[in-house]
Design a protein around this ligand. Structure first.
Ligand SMILES: [Zn+2]
Ligand SMILES: [Zn+2]
Length: 401
């Protein structure tokens, strides 16, 4: 496979200026990459560029309401040959999709170019705006697609996770008849929950049944794999293929986001480079194996000092449980560089920033132990696999979905 991205080994360039710029511009205002020579500035990226282009739609990890942060929830896209592949449906992804220019140009209506989507795991910050796809997708172009949109995601966990710190004081669970649904069951539950709207649109506006436009699949794990998610939700394994078409081959692996199971990382291989999305995970051999030699690794990151400030000691059992999950099921800024180095990737892109409104200097330790390039991700950032970084002008006048 041809590799078109030159390995950047000269220093540990952390592009904090980009983040500073993003932090000081309000939504709707042009934010442009500042590090590049104007003569070499790429033209405004668009779907017309065959790419591949990585497009960050939302970069916030967890809730998006951190002290007024403007970042949308976690969602990323890969644009290849005019087709779009989406990873996760965080808060505001659909608005960002159009703001990023991924909607088809007129007479297109928006999502015609969305070819396939991939859910990493069932935590709400990754799927909270998934309903936007099935509720508004038909109006936004899915009805015009010749092929169904493919959605791949985790299947059901199989059993409830154990109560952290014991059962004492734990609230009653919801939906005991199906307490840990996977992607297919979640989608069917959404259709039931929004049946009044969906059926109104089928009958009054002659919109198609969403089943005919969106084909959702629970990802089947390799048959040889035996997993007890309570003991080890990510046993060491080889990546396995999930999807393939003329533009991309997508492989996946289990990552450790205990007690979540399954939690996936995805790798997209194209004719002109490769991108890996970590999903939510602690540092893990499976992720390193999946990302081996990739051009870009988009990796989650958390500031553990922020966790300590959020949950100062002494902690009650609920605070201890939350802090434990944040520290042990995610990857600290001080750890992520070693992951990228072990995988031998060329560029590390930090996303799923926790917290999203962190001081830029708090991410500097991500370049520790990594000899490649580090980019602190921000919403609407286009990152061509072959060249530099560019942020598309936000088209506020046409942004509202
Ligand atoms: Zn998350
Ligand atoms: Zn998560």
């Amino acid at each position: 496979m041809p590799i078109v991205l030159t390995r950047v080994l000269a220093g540990r360039a952390l592009y904090l200026r980009q983040l500073c710029a993003a932090a000081t511009v309000a939504l709707g205002v042009l934010a442009s990459a500042s590090h590049a020579d104007p003569a070499s500035q790429p033209k405004t990226p668009s779907l017309a560029d065959p790419g591949p282009n990585l497009v960050l739609l939302g970069t916030a990890g967890g809730r998006t309401s951190w002290r007024g942060s403007q970042s949308a929830g976690i969602s990323s896209a890969l644009a290849v040959n005019g087709q779009v592949y989406l990873v996760d449906f965080g808060a505001g992804w659909l608005r960002r999709y159009f703001q990023a220019g991924l909607g088809a140009p007129p007479p297109g209506r928006g999502l015609e170019s969305l070819r396939a989507a991939f859910i990493t795991h069932m935590h709400a910050d990754h799927i909270v705006d998934y309903p936007s796809l099935v509720l508004f997708g038909a109006s936004d172009g899915l009805a015009e697609r010749r092929q169904e949109l493919k959605v791949f995601g985790p299947g059901p966990r199989g059993k409830l996770p154990p109560a952290s710190g014991g059962k004492e004081g734990v609230s009653e669970i919801v939906a005991p008849e199906q307490p840990m649904p996977g992607s297919v069951a979640m989608t069917e539950a959404l259709y039931r929950a929004f049946a009044a709207d969906i059926n109104d649109n089928i009958l009054d506006s002659r919109k198609p049944n969403p089943h005919s436009r969106v084909d959702v699949m629970d990802i089947a794990l390799p048959a040889s794999l035996r997993v007890d998610p309570d003991r080890d939700p990510a046993p060491v394994m080889e990546p396995f293929e999930v999807y393939r078409d003329e533009n991309v081959k997508v492989t996946a692996t289990l990552v450790n986001h205990a007690p979540v199971f399954p939690a996936f990382a995805y790798r997209f291989d194209t004719a002109h480079g490769s991108v890996v999305f970590s999903g939510d995970t602690s540092p893990h051999a499976n992720l390193i194996g999946l990302a081996r030699g990739a051009d870009i690794l988009v990796h989650e990151v958390i500031d553990t000092a922020w966790v300590d400030a959020l949950y100062p000691k002494p902690r009650n059992p609920a605070q201890e449980a939350k802090a434990h999950h944040l520290v042990h099921s995610h990857t600290a800024a001080t750890e992520v560089g070693a992951v990228a180095e072990a995988a031998g990737v060329r560029t590390l892109v930090l996303s799923h920033l926790a917290p999203a409104d962190n001081d830029p200097s708090r991410w500097e330790s991500a370049s520790k132990d990594f000899s490649g390039r580090v980019i602190v991700g921000r919403d609407l950032q286009w990152i061509p696999l072959a060249t530099a970084v560019h942020t598309r002008e936000q088209r506020s006048s046409s942004a509202a979905p």
